[in-house]
Design a protein around this ligand. Structure first.
Ligand code: SF4
Length: 446
């Protein structure tokens, strides 16, 4: 049956905050009577939910928009919207570069999406010009939770804070998402309880610097503890943490509650103190290791993942070698690494020369990944033969006939023999049969 409002298609790039924003927008559109479609060509509303952390993601947006130009000519009533961080950062400039865009909406305006779509439709039919709404001052919409609850199988994201008060030299987030706004703790716990009542087994608390969360005298670890004891909740995660705010109290809360997954994503960015200082990260390598050691002492086997950047302005060979040493010593379970690219409006882009040649950045990145893959494989090999609980979430990326899920320590496990339909959303005990660089293979444990 065709929906009376039509259909929508959303394409998202970037982090979990963006993924959650997509879920919020989808939920709002469904409440308005729109139905989802997997094809942009057949959609009445196309939303491109963007990321501006790296130059590449921005290029992908304009490539995608270029491909939609013909579609808009053939079907002028289709509404094309750009949302997310590029929308916030570029505003009007998106429409100047791609005149077929009807709506540019910043992440803090999500709650106004239906109203803005109506305005965009009316206005573009009359004046053929799109509308831009990137105000940062309206906080009412940012913690809007999707009415009937945003759901994705048995897992849910829950935003607890938005924005960032740090000023990392390479990062555009404080500009695109604004300063920190923290949601009241009672409201978060209430929403978590409601989600668990709806069948959610795993909740992931989200925030740009999630562990900077505060509500009056209550700090992040108080919130963690309050959510961790909700009856029926099986797993609690949080991301992304900032090393400067990772306290012993948080480590203690993780150790004390079985529901809090033994996994921490703690972005470090570089192994060199000189580079960290230039990046204005607000932490050094010694502090970082102190926190890792404390957590590992409390939770043996805890998995730690990180973000790294190569080729930040001024990064010498010695600095880069310090990053490789960090990898050898820290033995991360997973690393997300990128080449530095200057983002307009950041301190680094305005005050530093992008002086590490592209080819050298590329070589460093390749070398970093090669080392990390060896480490990840060795770490994964230690799990072979063990039986672990896997929360099955969907088909494997490589083989759609195999069910895939994650362990509490956030490792991807492809469970051969699990049923794709019936076992989805279940926690299954699985015996690990083989280790790979990015995943594990397993069989259901009998
Ligand atoms: S902590 Fe730094 S990298 Fe993270 S969002 Fe804030 S400014 Fe960006």
């Amino acid at each position: 049956m065709t929906s009376p409002r039509g259909s929508y298609f959303i394409k998202t790039w970037g982090c979990q905050m963006n993924v959650q924003d997509e879920q919020k927008m989808a939920s709002l559109l469904q409440d308005e009577g729109y139905t989802p479609t997997t094809s942009a060509e057949h959609a009445d509303v196309i939303l491109l939910n963007t990321c501006s952390v790296r130059e590449k993601s921005e290029e992908k947006l304009f490539d995608f928009l270029g491909r939609l130009k013909n579609l808009k000519t053939k079907s002028p009533q289709t509404v094309i919207g750009v949302t997310g961080c590029v929308a916030q950062q570029e505003g009007e400039a998106v429409i100047k570069r791609a005149g077929h865009v009807d709506l540019v909406m910043g992440p803090r305006r999500i709650g106004r999406l239906p109203e803005l779509l109506t305005q965009a439709r009316t206005r573009s039919a009359v004046t053929r010009s799109g509308i831009v709404d990137t105000a940062l001052d309206d906080l009412s919409a940012i913690f809007w939770d999707g009415g009937r609850g945003v759901r994705s199988g048995a897992m849910a994201y829950l935003t607890i804070m938005e924005g960032c008060n740090m000023g990392c030299a390479f990062c555009i987030v404080p500009r695109t998402r604004g300063r920190e706004v923290h949601r009241p703790m009672a409201q978060i716990v209430e929403e978590a309880r409601r989600r668990v009542g709806q069948g959610i087994l795993e909740i992931e608390l989200l925030g740009q610097t999630v562990n900077a969360y505060r509500d009056g005298r209550k700090a992040f670890h108080h919130l963690l503890e309050a959510v961790a004891i909700i009856p029926g909740l099986k797993r609690l995660r949080f991301t992304s943490s900032h090393p400067a705010f990772f306290t012993a109290n948080t480590a203690a809360a993780m150790a004390a509650h079985e529901t809090i997954c033994p996994h921490l994503h703690l972005p470090v960015q570089s192994g060199s103190d000189a580079v960290l200082k230039a990046m204005r990260r607000g932490h050094g390598i010694a502090d970082y290791f102190r926190r890792l050691e404390d957590l590992r002492r409390r939770i043996p086997g805890v998995a730690i993942s990180t973000d790294l950047m190569v080729g930040f302005p001024g990064e010498t060979e010695q600095d880069f070698q310090a990053t490789l040493d960090l990898l050898r010593q820290a033995r991360f379970s997973q690393v997300y690494a990128f080449k530095y690219s200057p983002r307009p409006g950041t301190t680094a882009a305005t005050t530093c020369d992008d002086d590490v040649p592209e080819s050298l950045k590329g070589r460093r990145l390749t070398q970093l990944f090669a080392l990390q893959e060896e480490i990840s494989l060795e770490e994964n090999q230690q799990l072979v033969g063990r039986t672990l609980p896997v929360l099955l979430a969907g088909p494997s990326r490589r083989d759609a006939s195999v069910a895939s899920g994650r362990t509490p320590c956030n490792r991807v496990v492809n469970v051969h023999g699990a049923r794709l339909e019936e076992d989805m959303g279940r926690i299954m005990m699985a015996r690990i049969t083989a280790a790979h660089r990015h995943s594990l293979s397993a069989k259901p444990a009998i």
